[in-house]
Design a protein around this ligand. Structure first.
Ligand SMILES: NC(=O)C1=CN([C@@H]2O[C@H](COP(=O)(O)OP(=O)(O)OC[C@H]3O[C@@H](n4cnc5c(N)ncnc54)[C@H](O)[C@@H]3O)[C@@H](O)[C@H]2O)C=CC1
Ligand SMILES: O=C(O)C1=N[C@H](C(=O)O)C[C@H](O)C1
Length: 249
């Protein structure tokens, strides 16, 4: 039975994960971490990682970028692998994650669904074929409670596509702030927020008289939660390094 520490346990994803783990027989949550220390499940909740003195096999984090530094320090000090699912990290924080992974096992992805990870591969393939002559735009839609924009997934898709283009593209987020025609060497990234939309991502390749769109729709938060729990079980006992969905599937 793998023992999990759940960071962000009192958030939306924290609750979905707690319910999923309760129904599994290969893992259990031994502690939660959240600035809101209310107890909703049968594990204790601590305000910060260092307040928990017990052991565990793995940490899952769906919280806030401000938790990153203490969480990575806790993971390294206690020798516990960490699954980072939080989004909205700064460039410096992404570098911090890469540096930390040299000393502790870190699983990091902006999207825990299998479909999105296949979408990234399909988008890379499409960009390799169409990237020189088609315009690339990414549109993401999420619920009205989401803090960060654009989504971590939109940025992950953009970064993957950039890697296969001959020229490094410029990301354009605020098209309304400029009065000029679109440059060839751009990826437009657009965020929509409303209601309870779980998560939708489209990448559009617009050419002369034809458009190819690759779309993914998440229908429930369980998709991400199951992926994160599977990643956590996968990470138990791993050596230091940076892992992602490709390593797991
Ligand atoms: N990688 C993936 O597949 C997915 C990633 N996410 C990301 O996970 C994160 C959480 O999402 P939700 O659960 O929807 O958000 P939420 O706002 O419902 O939950 C966040 C939780 O973190 C806690 N928290 C905030 N600051 C904290 C701090 N300094 N110390 C300790 N706890 C703190 C809050 O009290 C809250 O309970 C977001 O960054 C979101 O984008 C969400 C879904 C899927
Ligand atoms: O905040 C969310 O809900 C989600 N966030 C992730 C992101 O920013 O990409 C993944 C998913 O789409 C849900």
């Amino acid at each position: 039975m793998k023992q999990i520490i759940l960071s962000g346990c009192n958030g939306k994803m924290g609750h979905v994960i707690s319910n999923i783990v309760a129904g599994r027989d290969d893992c259990t949550i031994v502690a939660g971490i959240d600035i809101n220390t209310q107890r909703h499940f049968d594990y204790p909740v601590f305000a910060k990682p260092s307040d928990y003195a017990g052991g565990a096999d793995v940490i899952i984090d769906f919280s806030h970028p401000s938790v990153l530094t203490p969480l990575l320090a806790f993971s390294k000090e206690r020798g516990i692998p960490v699954v980072l699912a939080t989004t909205g990290y700064s460039k410096a924080q992404i570098e911090e994650i890469h540096a930390a992974a040299k000393g502790t096992p870190v699983f990091f992805t902006a999207n825990m669904s299998l479909g999105i990870n296949l979408m990234v591969e399909l988008a890379k393939k499409a960009a390799g074929v169409l990237g020189d002559s088609f315009d690339i735009e990414i549109i993401e839609k999420h619920h009205n409670q989401k803090i960060d924009a654009p989504s971590g997934t939109a940025l992950m898709i953009a970064d993957a596509v950039s890697g296969v283009l001959d020229e490094k593209p410029q990301y354009v987020y605020d098209r309304h702030s400029q009065r000029k025609k679109r440059d060839k060497n751009e990826i437009g990234i657009h965020a929509v927020r409303g209601g309870t939309i779980v998560g939708e991502h489209d990448i559009m390749f617009a050419g002369r008289d034809e458009i190819l769109t690759i779309s993914h729709t998440a229908m429930s938060k369980e998709v991400f939660a199951s992926g994160a729990v599977n990643a956590a079980v996968f990470m138990c006992g791993k050596t230091a390094g940076l892992y992602n969905m490709k390593d797991m599937v």
